[in-house]
Design a protein around this ligand. Structure first.
Ligand SMILES: Nc1ncnc2c1ncn2[C@@H]1O[C@H](COP(=O)(O)OP(=O)(O)OP(=O)(O)O)[C@@H](O)[C@H]1O
Length: 278
């Protein structure tokens, strides 16, 4: 696994031979990864394996020691990925939401609009922000509120609304369900899935949340030993005998997530009306 030689579709992100280090600490070495257009790719790995650093490398916030990163079908250097024309095409939800505490939700959502389209009529910006608020399942009254007045789940949605401000093709989510209760996390997963479907988004999703992986990810990339050791569907990953993969997916939490998905599928099948023949 790792890089799929049979894949002939379009890779919206293509990373080859990436190396990142901080002083003596090598975080990535010879890391390869393809993210396919239209998929939700879950990115997992133990704490400190470099998931966030990988995301920062892709979006041009991290200088690599070696390797290439291509986005939207073009190999680009860090400067290229920082070019306005490229940055406009993706949205990022950083870990913790990273909302500006002195701005309202609506003003937070308008930050990218002001940055990339300063000539836009302020009334139109406010209208777009209002639309994004509703699109991410927040009540319209959340627009004039400050982040400190929101629940954890609402903050995540507000961060997502800001990431979607420019109608991106590509969405980066760094641990979007961390800190949410299971119901809030499941609702956020559903929102991500429905946005992927309706907007045709490609999603790079860093998570520790097994339920999220099972519920919405098309494929999962596993970071270990400084590189992506495997990419595939969960059943494909389960066939590998790497100790971290086995412990992660086949440990008690992994088994619980599998059982929960099986129960949901059973319920869905039971509710599906049987076809009447004759
Ligand atoms: N700016 C930095 N300066 C020095 N070291 C850094 C910097 N950013 C990240 N690191 C180190 O790189 C390693 C990978 O960090 P990263 O945040 O990508 O891990 P992660 O896989 O996202 O972890 P977690 O699951 O805990 O969020 C860590 O050891 C971290 O301390």
């Amino acid at each position: 696994m790792g890089t799929d030689p049979t894949f002939s579709g379009e890779a919206i992100i293509r990373v080859r031979g990436l190396k990142n280090s901080f002083g003596d600490q090598v975080v990535h070495e010879n890391l390869d990864l393809d993210v396919r257009k239209g998929e939700i790719l879950g990115v997992v790995g133990g704490s400190g394996t470099g998931k966030s650093v990988l995301m920062r490398s892709i979006i041009g916030l991290q200088s690599a020691d070696a390797g290439t990163v291509g986005v939207f079908g073009k190999d680009t250097d860090e400067e290229g990925r920082n070019a306005i024309a490229v940055r406009k095409r993706w949205g990022v939800l950083f870990q913790g939401g990273a909302l500006f505490s002195t701005l309202t939700v609506s003003e937070n959502i308008q930050v990218p609009l002001r940055e990339f389209y300063p000539e836009l009529d302020p009334l139109l910006m406010a209208e777009i922000a209002g639309y994004k608020v509703v699109m991410t399942g927040l009540p319209a009254e959340a627009g004039p509120k400050y982040p400190s007045e929101l629940s954890g789940g609402m903050k995540k949605r507000a961060g997502l609304a800001r990431a979607l401000a420019l109608d991106p093709e590509l969405l980066f989510l760094d641990e979007p369900t961390a800190g949410l209760d299971p119901i809030g996390a499941a609702a956020f997963d559903e929102l991500t899935k429905s946005l992927q479907r309706t907007m045709g988004l490609t999603v790079f999703l860093i998570t520790h949340d097994l339920d999220t992986l099972y519920a919405i990810c098309d494929r999962v990339a596993v970071l270990a030993d400084k590189r992506v050791i495997a990419v595939g569907t969960i059943p494909e990953l389960l066939e590998l005998d790497h100790p971290w993969i086995q412990e992660y997916f086949n440990g008690p939490r992994g088994r619980a997530a599998t059982a929960a998905i099986a129960r949901t599928e059973e319920q869905t099948n039971a509710q599906t009306p049987k076809q009447v023949t004759g």
